[in-house]
Ligand binder design. Sequence first.
Ligand code: ATP
Length: 472
Amino acid sequence: MAEKKVEQESRPDSNGMEKIVSLCKRRGFVFQGSEIYGGLAGIYDYGPNGVELLNNLKRLWWKANVYDKENYYGLDSGMFKHPKVWEASGHTSGFSDPLAECRECNTRIRVDKELEKVGVTADEKMSETEINQLFDAHREEIKCPKCGQKNFTPARAFNLLVKSNLGDFTSEGTEPVYLPGEACQGIYLNFKNVVDSMNPKIPFGIAQIGKAFRNEISPRNFLFRTREMEQADTQYFVKPNENKEAYELIKQDRWDWYLSIGIKEENLRWKQHENLVFYAKDAWDIEYNFPGGFDELEGIHDRSDYDLTQHMEYSGTDVRYTDPDNGEKYIPWILETSVGLGRMFMAVLSDAYHEDEVGGSQRTVLKLHKELAPYRVAVSPLLKNKPQLVEKAREVFAMLKKEFGNVAWDDNGNVGKRYRRQDEIGTPHCVTIDFDTLGEENPANKDTVTVRDRDTGEQVRVPVTDLIGYIQ
Ligand code: ATP
């Protein structure tokens, strides 16, 4: 019997974050890192359903940024890099956040983010003295998020790079190696290799998904600010001064991609950076309306020739591009897109999360794009203690699994419970094999199955032979 759906939906509101965190744990999407040891701040593990959604996001991102483009190349660079890389990139000296500590309860705050909350923008290039002047001018407005007091230490620059050991780390004078503070450096380091091996003509792009680590002062908002993350980056190399038009096209392309994976346009907005670093020509963020409000999802940066110039200077290697048409040598300018997979994951979950009423009962449903859902379809025998039903259901399951791969077998509890469970993880269709399928009740329905739609709760009978086409 079809379930009646009542149009009374809601997206997560102010307590939406808690609902999402709870769903993630309950349904195997995301767990706190090292949970059985009491957890490790800012680190999360993706569970069985989460890794499917994460991999689907990466697959669609890769398709859009490599396969669907003619002039983009993929890359997977090693995490460890020569210590000088982080000097050249400015991370050892300048990759820091202003940290202050509450004198009452020792909570650490990021002063620039707290200033932002009271409407004051701190320039990224500010010295420690300058940021403290700004902090002092607004101390009365900034309260400790934990104890509510306003008694903070002065701000000091806190470097975000995570130090590590590699090889002969016991010798005196060995330079420290770092985990990557951002994944994109691997692209700059391999620019010359890609040019020499693939002979691309400028303009062209390199795409990479890679891990990054930051000693964030206050990891917060679940996957929004973590200490270990994955970033999906593209760097597009253009001729000097031929940046503007390409930059606009890239911005539009990234915006459209979010719509193509089902994100609602009203939950996205653009934000232009007010204080550009000296080399940048322009910088915009795509912000998403997370449960806590709009915040940065992806950065799109017009970076001039800064990155390659730095690496050429620090490495002493000529990384210039030679124009095959006229032999002209130059350092290309770079247009960058960079998004954290965790933030993307959270945006997709918040967008898909709905509570509504179907068949007279409340439900939570993830209205995920069908290409993103952990399972494309779930298959169930109406009753699990009827061998004929189970056998037929197993046949249908095997057929669908061969086609789609990620197909769930669900024979726990009654049909209603299975639907609720699949709704909660966003499975677009549930297929049930019943006595009609066997031709025992209505011979006209022999070899047909019930297919139930996640979003509407509607059920239709579909011949097994048409099932793959129907689901596609
Ligand atoms: P923020 O201002 O929020 O610290 P950022 O401007 O330093 O971010 P970038 O260095 O431009 O961020 O990194 C590119 C992308 O990587 C960001 O748009 C974001 O999606 C993601 N990202 C950055 N820091 C984190 C983090 N700590 N946890 C999760 N994702 C992150």
